[in-house]
Design a protein around this ligand. Sequence first.
Ligand SMILES: [Zn+2]
Length: 268
Amino acid sequence: MFTPLSSPTLRSNRPGSRRTHLARVVAWATATVVTVAGGAAAAAVATQSAGPGGPDAPAAGAGASTTPQRVDCAVAKCVALTFDDGPGPYTGRLLSDLKAANAKATFFVLGKQAQGNPGMIRRLHEAGMVVGSHGWDHKAFSKLTAAQQRAQLDRTARAIQDAGAPRPTLFRPPYGAANSATKKLGVPLILWNVDTLDWKSRNSAKATTAALKQSRRGSIILMHDIHPTSVAAVPGLIRLLRARGYTLVTVPELLGPTKPGGRYFGRH
Ligand SMILES: [Zn+2]
C-alpha cells in the first residue's frame, strides 16, 4: 500500500552526545506533565506518585491545556497505550476519546502520513500525546542500508517538526524489525509486550480481550489507529484497564530516560 521512498537524500547531522540525547528525552518526557524544564523537573516526576489529581481527574478545558499528571511508574501500576501507522482517518476520533477520558497515549506515526496530515500531528502534540517515529513508509529497517535507515528517520523527523511537534526521540521500527545499523541510529527502539493483533482480527472485542489478558504492570500495548475497530475499542479498554488499577501513561512516562539503541518492550 506504500510507494517506495523516492530518493533518500535528506540527511542531517547525527544527534548529539548521549548525554545531550538523554537530556532531550527527559525534557520531552516531562514537557507534558510539568511546565518547568531541566533536571529538577525530571527529579520531580521521578519522585512524585499519582495524587488525587491523577488519571481519573476531570479533563481540563478544551484546547492546548493539559491536565498536569505526575506519575511515578515505579509506584503506580502503569501501562502505555501505543498507536502505530497513523495519523489516519480515525485518529481524530481517537484523540477526542482520549481527551474525554483524560488519558494519554503515544503515537508512532509514519512520516508520509504526518506529511499528509500535519494538523493532526500538531493536535496530538498540543493535547499532550507523545509523537514518536515509525519511519517514513513502513519499510522493514532490517532490509535497509544504514544510510537508508538514517534517511527514513530524518525525513520523518522533519515532517513531524514541520507539523509543529517536537523532533521525535522515540522510534518504533516497523514490524519490530531492526539490525545492528538500526541500533546505531541514536534513538531508543520502542517495542511492545502486549500485542492486541488488532490489525488481524479487526474486532474491537477481541482486541480488548487480548489487551486485558496480556497486560501487566509496565506493559506497552500495541494497537493501530488506522483501523476503526481499534479506535472503537479504546474508550472501553481504558475503563477496563482503570478498573483493574492501571494508570495510563505515555511511553516516556513509563520508561523514564532511555538509551540510544536500547530495545524496550515495557518497563523492566
Ligand atoms: Zn506499523
